[in-house]
Write a protein that binds this ligand. Structure first.
Ligand SMILES: [Zn+2]
Length: 521
């Protein structure tokens, strides 16, 4: 047995030396922040990572016994043991199988990365991880079942939403005259959150982790406001609604009488029944159509990130996420200019919006700059003249897709002059929309706010609706790129876009009670 093990170990050393490509440093993001990179090797199409570094990365105690080639990891009371050259791993007392034997390189053990990504390891260490093969980025998040929190100011009420990743019971109670406290036993939050809302109804909120529960405290702007807490489905979430007077009627499954604070307080400790889609302020007359345009696609991949993230992919993912979010409420209809990785000429994008009679048009993009320090978001609306040389350069880049269509820029110019359909009223509305989106984004993301700008974007020019183009962040910036890649962080960007759109809808009276339908063009 000993001899066999020694042989297989020697074999592993030899194989490792022959098959493995040179080592690489894998970038790692833990809970949204960069961590020291870990060493990895690729062999036989698989990625192996340094066992010691990996164990520490996931919060374990690691012991490496170089003589016997064993690696031991402990996570709280759970124990793992790997042996160099073996594809068996001991999990507590049970044996599990790795995708490939543990490899030795430079007197260190390397374990197939797939093991750390699997559900078994995830349950054991309480962390979840994802690996992007293309960008070689390893993302690790703590297991959580509660959060994040997001909030929106509607026409007549403010809603603070707490996401639930699985069914959990909750309690809600008044805290003093101006507080609402929601507790979720067994709730585990991803990260503590605190944010001021300051919209006249809600002052601020705090989400924090207590010993065996998650606690969301919403502070009201003044005493006497009405509030209620209920669970909504698809996605599962708790909504804390706050209003001056009676709250808008809930879906048919809800009691018809407005729920007072006292009635809600009686619910403490009781899980409520999931309700129908979120309450729409009564009388909102007809749905407005938002066309979301994920920039680039197909042979036009847009900007490239430092680690190989491709703009067209991020744009599409964000567009789909924003569409999902907009569908949660019964206010908007949503149409995407592309739902997959196909090339769509710029003119077809605006044509689609025009034929569908879009009320708003939002084009999503990612920025890139030669200076890798540039970071943050920008919101553009159309103008013949760029607001600055940078904006001009960007418009040229985003318009360069025209060349892939086999059109020269001057052909396009001529076509535009003929069309000349951009109305001043649309430009005015677009500048307001851009400002609202920028303001809402600014409150929710932690990268730079580069403000509202103007430039001659072709895709905005052909659209007969208020149209904005959002450069969500810089793919050329290391931190921004990681944020754009992380679906969890993207959610904050999506929240900002969503809140900006809601704010705009409110300003247009689209959410107002009994507002007459706007006449169609
Ligand atoms: Zn772009």
């Amino acid at each position: 047995m000993k001899i066999f093990r020694l042989l297989s170990w020697t074999l592993a050393v030899l194989l490792g030396a022959v098959m493995a490509a040179p080592g690489e440093e894998l970038q790692v993001v833990v809970a949204g922040r960069y961590h020291e990179p870990v060493t990895a090797y690729r062999a036989g199409g698989r990625t192996f990572i340094n066992a010691k570094q990996a164990g520490e990365l996931y919060g374990g105690q690691v012991y490496w016994y170089p003589i016997s080639g064993r690696v031991q990891m402990t996570f709280r009371s759970r124990r793992l043991q790997f042996v160099a050259g073996s594809e068996q791993v001991l999990v507590d007392e049970k044996t599990a199988r790795l995708e490939a034997p543990v490899m030795l390189r430079a007197a260190q053990a390397y374990v197939p990365l797939s093991f750390f990504l699997g559900p078994e390891f995830s349950a054991l260490c309480g962390m979840e991880s994802q690996f992007n093969e293309r960008t070689r980025l390893l993302t690790i998040e703590r297991h959580s079942n509660v959060g994040p929190v997001r909030w929106f100011s509607y026409q007549d009420h403010t809603r603070v939403v707490l996401e639930l990743k699985r069914p959990l019971s909750y309690g809600a109670a008044a805290r003093g005259l101006r507080g609402v406290e929601v507790t979720i036993p067994f709730g585990v939050i991803e990260t503590p959150e605190q944010s001021s809302v300051g919209d006249g109804l809600v002052e601020d909120y705090v989400l924090r982790q207590d010993a065996k529960l998650a606690r969301l405290t919403v502070r009201l702007a003044k005493p006497g406001l009405k509030w209620r807490v209920r669970e909504l489905s698809d996605p599962r979430r708790l909504a804390v609604d706050v209003a001056v007077s009676d709250l808008p009627p809930a879906g048919p499954a809800e009691p018809s009488a407005p729920i007072s604070a006292a009635a809600v307080a009686a619910e403490v400790g009781v899980s409520s029944v999931a309700a129908a889609p979120a309450g729409l302020p009564a009388g909102a007359s007809r749905k407005r159509l938002i066309v979301i345009d994920p920039g680039h696609g197909g042979r036009d991949s847009g900007a490239n990130g430092r680690r190989g993230t491709v703009e067209k992919d991020i744009n599409l993912a964000a567009a789909k996420e924003l569409a999902e979010r907009l569908k949660e409420d019964d206010i908007f209809e949503v149409l995407l200019t592309r739902g997959d990785d196909t090339f769509i000429p710029l003119a077809d994008r605006s044509r689609l919006a025009n034929e569908a009679q879009a009320d708003l048009f939002v084009s999503l993009h990612c920025n890139a700059a030669r200076n890798r320090k540039e970071n943050g978001f920008e919101v553009y609306f159309l103008s013949e003249r760029a607001s600055d040389p940078e904006a001009e350069r960007l418009a040229q880049f985003e318009n360069s897709s025209l060349e892939l269509e086999g059109k020269s820029a001057s052909d396009a110019e001529a076509a535009l002059l003929l069309r000349a359909m951009t109305k001043t009223e649309n430009i005015n509305a677009a500048s307001e929309l851009a400002a609202r989106v920028a303001r809402a984004l600014h409150k929710r993301v932690d990268f730079g706010n580069r403000g509202v700008k103007q430039a001659a974007f072709y895709v905005l020019r052909g659209t007969d609706a208020p149209a904005v183009l959002v450069e969500m962040a810089f793919l050329s910036n290391r931190r921004d790129e990681a944020k754009l890649e992380s679906s969890r962080y993207r959610r904050r960007i999506i929240d900002g876009l969503y809140a900006g759109l809601i704010d705009h809808a409110k300003s247009q009276g689209w959410l107002q009670e009994g507002a007459p339908p706007r006449s169609r063009r």
